[in-house]
Design a protein around this ligand. Structure first.
Ligand code: ZN
Length: 203
């Protein structure tokens, strides 16, 4: 399986990092070795001094497809969950300033914790999903899919023009504003609506 991540998909987040709001989705990938499951601890890597949390809604792809049209995109995922797109912001700034790819900052081992997934039919409107992240009980990030620059169906259509989607692939749909550093001892909890779907500690 692979992890596909959408960058700069909430205008307020693009702004907080001084990035332009994109006219087409920006995407990058993480390998399967990035995935952390079942509440496993996240170990801060030694190559960064500024690892940021990015809480994101994650789509789990339920059947293979390429060149999927927006109209049929919703047939390609049945479950939704939450994940953290951990980002070594210091390394990413170096990559960005040199015009280099971001993998070093984004694709490292353990950089993609995922939580529980629920059937998408749990919610009546996927374009009005509220989600938020707490660190040690304090709210750090709040988002609502109403503010997505590119909605789930548009993301699937766009990405599948370039990359075949396969069953089990995960799509991180972008982070809202409020990203910031984590430190050893932090406890992260992500909520979709009122449901806590992801919870783990930083070691
Ligand atoms: Zn992200």
């Amino acid at each position: 399986m692979k992890v596909i991540c959408i960058g700069r998909n909430y205008a307020e987040h693009a702004k907080e990092l001084n990035n332009p709001v994109p006219s087409a989705p920006v995407f990058f990938m993480k390998p399967d070795t990035a995935v952390l499951k079942d509440g496993a601890d996240f170990y801060l890597p030694d190559f960064s001094n500024d690892v940021h949390h990015e809480l994101e809604i994650v789509l789990k792809i339920s059947k293979a497809g390429k060149h999927i049209s927006e109209e049929f995109a919703s047939n390609y995922f049945e479950e939704i969950g939450l994940g953290i797109d951990f980002t070594a912001r210091d390394l990413q700034e170096i990559c960005k300033s040199k015009g280099l790819p971001w993998e070093m900052a984004k694709a490292f081992d353990g950089s993609a914790p995922i939580g529980k997934f629920l059937p998408k039919k749990t919610w009546t409107d996927l374009n009005a999903l509220h989600f938020h992240l707490t660190v040690n009980g304090e709210t750090r990030q709040r988002g609502n899919t109403a503010d997505l620059l590119f909605r789930f169906d548009q993301i699937i259509a766009y990405v599948s023009r370039f990359v075949t989607l396969k069953t089990g692939d995960l799509i991180y749909t972008g982070t809202p504003a409020g990203v910031g550093p984590v430190k050893i001892g932090d406890h992260l909890q992500g909520y979709l609506g009122d449901a806590c779907l992801i919870e783990f500690s930083v070691k």
